[in-house]
Every structure is written in structure tokens, then in C-alpha cells.
Write a protein that binds this ligand. Structure first.
Ligand code: KDO
Length: 333
């Protein structure tokens, strides 16, 4: 064997060894970002995660392994913040109701008829109020909110049509709400008998009659097909609802400055995609539901507003709202 042969063989061997070990080594350097959400695939706030993933694939090729888990298949609705704090989940979209459990000041955003519209919602959370409250969220929940997602304006959706003008007309109505005391308070404030149930069980609950109604924004009523098992929409517009794309601090702090910027930009692009599509669709859905045979009525919204606002003002929640915050929210234009 000549020297050159030896060298070639040695080189080939080294290259093979490198090839074999280099691939898994590269794969290992990808940062896994697990996402869990109860959203159904056809809803905008489910599809927005694909926007997040695709943007990161473009801006940081090969750096992230984004894993999207819809329909609450990875974590049950409402358990995502605890999973993130424990390090079992990197990202989720968390609600004001999830946050209020650990940051009581935030319960102002669980109250009906506080935020006026999606535009004001963005201004509140992208301005000084958002900055102050998100700092508390990071300190107390160990997660960083990256973007504010308009979930839509919540409406009452009834299994059987009923003349509903004021909160008194919802007396005795078993209105499904997500399962936490903050949500149940909102259902009771509307005049109904609030019944806790996870989002994934609502369709069956409506179909079988274990609940009389549910509340959700119109795009979610469409995406989750609740219109197939209900006969009426009551446009109470009681909550301009928001969810927040949040990342666990442990994961966020492990990123480089450039990665932090790219992940934040991807979250904001995802939220912008959702917000634009959701607002547009929300404006068109009344016609769609009417065509599907639902009765759509507008109740005495002022009566709902004053009853709900009084319930919150007299509640334990209002006692911990920072002084002047409601005025600052109202002054945000
Ligand atoms: C719901 O369970 O009614 C709700 O609208 C509550 C939201 O905070 C959010 O969890 C949402 O469901 C899910 O993302 C499903 O759309």
C-alpha cells in the first residue's frame, strides 16, 4: 500500500466519521419550541402558529424545531402557564383569565365591557399599560408575553332560541364557561348560571343538552362548528377578548440576542396575521350564521353593560385593580 493510498483511506474514514457524527450534532443544536393550544385547526389563532413557524424557518434557518400541538392535545386548556413554568412547554397563547390567577391586577381585563374594540386593545397592550403589566407577568409567572392576539368579541350562543333582552332573561340558563372562577364570575355577571367545561367538550355539551349555551367570539363559533348545534346568537358583545403569545423565561433567556429578536418578530407576525383575518371575518359572520338558519338578535346592550360593570365594581376583583388603571384604559384612544 502506498502512502498516498493510506492517506486517502484515512481521509475517507475521517470524513465518514465526521459525516456520521456531524449530522446528529447539528440536529441537536436546534432549539425545540413546543406549543400547546386548545384552538381548533380551522381557527385563526391556530393557523397563526404556522405563520410563526414559517417565519422562523426563513429568518433563522435550521435553528428552531417548532412543534405545534392544537386541540389541547399536549396540555389541557388553562394548564399551559404551569407547564411553561415547570419547563415542560416553551410557548402558548395565554388568556387574561389565566394571568389573573397569578397576577390579580390583570383581572381588569377579564371584566366585561372594559376594552372597547380591537384597536384600543392593541394600543393598551403595546403601550405603557402593557409594559407595566407584562413586567409583573414575567416576574410572577416566569413567562414573557411577546404579542397580543385579538381573540374576538364574545357573544352568547344559545342551543334553543329565547327572547333575551336583559341579563334577567338569562336567569337559570346553563351557560358554559371555561373552568376557572374568573370565567364563572363573568358568566354569572351576565345573569346566567355559569357551568364550567373545557372548550373541547362544548360541541357535545350543546348537542346533548347538558348546557343551554356558551359564549365565544363569532370566528370560534364558526371554526368549532358550534352553529351546527345551536339556534341563536345574542350579540351581547360582553368581552373584547385577548390572548397573549407567551414564552417561558427559561427558554427565552437561553436564546441569543438575535434569536430573541427573531422569535419576538415571528410572534408579532403571527398575531398580526390572526388579528387581520379575525377582524375581517368577524364582520362577515352574522350573514353566514343567518344563512345557516340561526336567529341573530341584539339585546339591550346598555342593560348588560350596566349590570356587568356593577357586578365587577362590587367584586373582590376591583379591589386589587391598580388605582387609576381603569381611567388610563378608558383614556387610551
Ligand atoms: C373558550 O374556552 O371559550 C376560549 O375562547 C377561551 C380562550 O381563552 C381560549 O382558551 C380559547 O377558548 C381557545 O383557544 C379555543 O378557541
Amino acid at each position: 500500500m502506498t502512502t498516498s493510498h493510506l492517506n486517502r483511506r484515512a481521509l475517507l474514514g475521517a470524513a465518514a466519521a465526521l459525516g456520521a457524527s456531524a449530522l446528529p450534532a447539528m440536529a441537536q443544536t436546534k432549539t425545540v419550541l413546543r406549543i400547546s393550544t386548545p384552538a381548533v385547526p380551522d381557527d385563526w389563532h391556530a393557523k397563526m402558529w404556522t405563520v410563526f413557524k414559517e417565519q422562523l424557518e426563513k429568518t433563522a434557518p435550521g435553528e428552531f424545531d417548532v412543534q405545534i400541538n392544537l386541540n389541547a392535545t399536549l396540555f389541557k386548556q388553562g394548564t399551559e402557564p404551569a407547564a411553561m413554568a415547570r419547563g415542560n412547554l416553551e410557548l402558548s397563547s395565554i388568556s387574561a383569565f389565566d394571568i389573573a390567577k397569578l397576577v390579580p391586577e390583570f383581572s381588569i381585563f377579564t371584566a366585561g365591557y372594559v376594552v372597547r374594540d380591537p384597536d384600543q386593545q392593541q394600543k393598551i397592550f403595546n403601550g405603557p399599560i402593557g409594559a407595566e403589566l407584562f413586567k409583573l407577568v414575567s416576574e410572577k409567572m416566569d413567562v414573557t408575553p411577546l404579542a397580543t392576539v385579538y381573540l374576538g368579541t364574545r357573544q352568547v350562543n344559545m342551543r334553543e332560541a329565547k327572547p333575551v333582552k336583559t341579563p334577567a332573561d338569562l336567569k337559570g340558563v346553563k351557560l358554559r364557561m371555561p373552568g376557572s372562577k374568573e370565567w364563572l364570575f363573568l358568566g354569572e355577571a351576565l345573569g346566567a348560571t355559569a357551568t364550567p367545561l373545557a372548550f373541547g367538550e362544548v360541541y357535545m355539551g350543546l348537542k346533548t343538552g347538558t348546557i343551554d349555551g356558551q359564549d365565544n367570539p363569532l370566528p370560534s363559533v364558526r371554526a368549532a362548528k358550534f352553529y351546527e348545534v345551536t339556534k341563536q346568537l345574542v350579540l351581547t358583545s360582553h368581552l373584547v377578548d385577548g390572548i397573549f403569545i407567551a414564552i417561558s423565561n427559561k427558554s427565552f433567556n437561553a436564546l441569543t440576542a438575535a434569536q430573541k429578536q427573531k422569535v419576538t418578530a415571528a410572534a408579532q407576525a403571527a398575531a398580526a396575521y390572526n388579528n387581520e383575518n379575525r377582524i375581517k371575518e368577524e364582520g362577515q359572520l352574522v350573514e353566514f350564521f343567518k344563512k345557516e338558519g340561526l336567529q341573530v338578535i341584539t339585546p339591550d346592550v346598555n342593560a348588560f353593560r350596566s349590570t356587568v360593570q356593577t357586578a365587577y365594581q362590587n367584586s373582590e376583583y376591583a379591589k386589587v385593580w391598580p388605582k387609576g388603571l381603569l381611567d388610563r384604559i378608558n383614556a387610551t384612544k
